[in-house]
Ligand binder design. Structure first.
Ligand SMILES: [Zn+2]
Ligand SMILES: [Zn+2]
Length: 379
């Protein structure tokens, strides 16, 4: 698919050909089949709503907001466009990046629907993905086989309404942030719900596990970072501590397994600005600010900017982000050498929203535009 075509299919309602937007009639809504329509088209087709693409009957009450698209619109602004992908040789500062090659593509339309988060099992090639399907969590083995589906759509215990991110703990528990009932929910290896923490969150969003099995999670509405300690096998919450406040709409979060550093992506909205921007903050394990990268600094040094939706640390502690405007994965370097600007992957991505490394150092990119997991290696 051509880049322009990919952009059109992402940002426009395919029924009325109007661009999606934040207002109610233009808001992108997921149907239960996974197809996306604007609110106006859903209202026009109601009450006997049938998906115009796959003909599946559904009720307007079973639609949900398409969060990945809302986030993209917020970052691009009302008329913003996706930038052309950068060519090779555009890396600036630091060592030249190793070339990443696409090794495998999992999921795809019909298997995954508007996925929002991905996490790797420590020490195995398994991946957990959060998406909008009937069962919100899918677990894939390294060959791409879907081993397990769980977390049924809903807001009861053991169900998931709007999954925003997913993390796998060192002992193999799968934890999800649910923007629907504003809870954090944990499942065991078999997919049984073992714990739901509902108290104290405004909008839990990004999630990652530490090497010792604690969870770091962002609350986008409270502007806070939480550290959650639980005994998952017993289903007991030990502690849920607000460790950092006054963050600007923090979303994606990643923990460095070696240094304990925490990377948080903040979404900034300057007064009057129509277009959003992001800032990547690195905090030490003790929650001291170590370094940060924002568009002002990047523009000054490289005449570049980033619109980050996901963040990860590589094995050497370098910070890697997805950039939705360039549709690229960019290495920002180690916090002490900030800012570096090394595109690692700059072709073949539609709307990257998730990022993680596997135990064998493969880089996993979750592409919500293609409803797929793309696995890259440096060999
Ligand atoms: Zn429409
Ligand atoms: Zn459909």
């Amino acid at each position: 698919m051509e880049d322009d075509e990919a952009e059109l299919s992402l940002l426009e309602c395919r029924v009325c050909f109007e661009r999606y937007g934040p207002s109610v009639p233009r808001r992108p809504l997921n149907l239960p089949c996974g197809h996306v329509l604007c609110g106006g088209c859903v209202a026009a087709l109601a009450p006997r709503l049938e998906c115009p693409f796959c003909r599946r009957p559904c009720s307007p009450a079973s639609t949900s907001e398409c969060r990945p698209l809302l986030q993209l619109l917020e970052l691009l602004g009302p008329s913003g466009r996706l930038a052309p992908a950068p060519g090779s040789g555009s890396s600036i500062g630091g060592a030249a990046p190793a070339a990443f090659r696409l090794r495998r593509c999992l999921g795809g339309w019909g298997s995954l629907l508007n996925p929002t988060g991905v996490s790797a099992w420590p020490g195995s090639g398994r991946l957990a993905v959060a998406h909008d399907g009937e069962q919100r969590i899918h677990v894939f083995d390294p060959s791409g086989l879907c081993l397990r589906r769980f977390g049924a759509r809903g807001d009861a215990g053991g169900e998931v309404k709007y999954p925003l991110d997913v993390a796998v703990t060192p002992d193999g528990h799968v934890v999800v942030t649910d923007g629907g009932d504003r809870a954090v929910k944990a499942f065991d290896v078999e997919g049984r719900g073992v714990l739901a923490v509902r108290e104290g969150f405004c909008l839990p969003w990004g999630l990652d596990a530490t090497a010792t099995g604690e969870l770091m999670l962002t609350d986008a509405e409270a502007g806070a970072l939480f550290r959650l300690t639980a005994d998952f096998p017993r289903g007991e919450l030990r502690r849920c501590q607000r460790v950092r406040e006054k963050l600007a709409s923090p979303r994606a979060v990643a923990v460095c397994r070696t240094s304990g550093n925490v990377a948080v992506v903040e979404h900034l909205k300057a007064p009057g600005a129509r277009k959003g921007s992001t800032r990547v903050k690195i905090l030490s394990a003790e929650m001291e600010l170590v370094a940060q990268v924002d568009n002002f600094g990047l523009d000054l040094v490289f005449h570049s900017s980033i619109h980050a939706t996901a963040v990860a640390f590589d094995r050497e502690g370098r910070v890697v982000v997805t950039d939705v405007c360039r549709r690229a994965v960019i290495c920002l370097g180690k916090p002490k050498e900030f800012p570096v600007f090394n595109p690692l992957i700059s072709h073949g991505l539609s709307y990257p929203v998730g990022l993680t490394y596997m135990a064998d150092d493969s880089l996993v990119v979750l592409d919500s535009g293609d409803h797929a997991i793309k696995i890259y290696s440096t060999t």
